[in-house]
Design a protein around this ligand. Structure first.
Ligand code: RIB
Length: 296
């Protein structure tokens, strides 16, 4: 086989066995380290199962997401791991009609007709703002609510509002800062909105719905001569690898990224191969990691 440089014809083998060894993953933004960390957890499981992982970037777009779901269905893949940006209902049905399982990732499935793996984002949003209130801040900026109302962001905002209410802070003490996108550029834009607020009304702390926004926020504030945390305390979300390595190490709500990926991949392979599979809705708990960006 080596002498002939024989390469097994995977498509022919899949056709004979009637089952693919390819798994599709669709994420909203492969440029966000959160999703690459989740993908590494997935790949630990898929490679051990001798399966091939195809990663698709929906670019936060429902149309591109739809196109990838169709292409993966046509490939008759073993299964699909999906971080939805649009409504996943149609996709689940269409794949199920072809006998292809789908696991919702970073998304709490509404029905019990599929597995889902997510993090308790209401608790995560609450712990970030509660921490800022506990260290004495009275007005807190919230960064990330204005872009796509993805469920993760909606839950984090709900948690933030709960923290304010529990500390008897008026609703207006949580200031929504406009954000065009959930990335570094969005954080820079939000910082400029913050600095446009008159100093006496300006929040002295911000809670960002992910670390990329927090990185952009800190970059712009520092470039404008602001001190962190002295003038503005900053908390991010995800606790990506860069968070602790920044010039001002970033406080962040840690999501168990590898575990999210591993568990989702395990559930998918089980559903694809185990006739006795039972669907599960797995919800992990986040953890607040306090660093210099909000330490006192
Ligand atoms: O996609 C935006 C955010 O949602 C990511 O940064 C991660 O926090 C995900 O849950």
């Amino acid at each position: 086989m080596t002498a002939l440089r024989y390469v097994r014809n995977e498509s022919a083998r899949q056709l004979r066995r009637g089952q693919s060894r390819t798994i599709g993953l669709i994420v909203p933004d492969i440029g966000n380290p959160f999703f690459t960390d989740v993908a590494r957890g997935i790949e630990d499981v898929t490679s051990a199962a001798d399966a091939l992982l195809i990663v698709c970037d929906s670019d936060n777009g429902a149309d591109k997401e739809e196109r990838y779901l169709t292409m993966l269905a046509e490939q008759q893949v073993l299964g699909v791991l999906h971080v939805p940006v649009g409504s996943p209902a149609g996709a689940i049905t269409r794949l199920r009609e072809r006998g292809i399982p789908l696991v919702l990732l970073d998304y709490k499935g509404a029905s019990r007709k599929q597995c889902s793996v997510s993090v308790n984002d209401v608790a995560g949003g609450e712990m970030a703002v509660r921490h800022l209130l506990d260290i004495g801040h009275k007005r807190v900026g919230f960064v990330g609510a204005e872009s796509k109302p993805v469920p993760q962001v909606v839950d984090r905002l709900a948690g933030a509002r709960k923290a304010m209410a529990d500390r008897k802070r008026p609703a207006g003490a949580l200031v929504i800062l406009p954000t065009p996108s959930l990335n570094v550029a969005g954080g820079i834009a939000a910082a400029r909105s913050l600095l446009d607020i008159a100093p006496l009304r300006r929040p002295t702390a911000v809670s960002c719905v992910n670390d990329l926004l927090a990185i952009g926020m800190m970059q712009e504030l520092l470039s404008r001569g602001m001190r962190i945390p002295g003038d503005v305390a900053v908390v991010g979300y995800d606790d990506i690898g860069f968070a602790e390595a920044l010039a001002v190490p970033l406080s962040s709500v840690r999501q168990p990224r590898h575990q999210l990926g591993r568990r989702a991949a395990e559930l998918l392979i089980d559903e694809a191969t185990n006739e006795d599979h039972r669907h599960e809705r797995v919800v992990f708990e986040p953890e607040l990691i306090v660093r210099e960006s909000s330490n006192g």
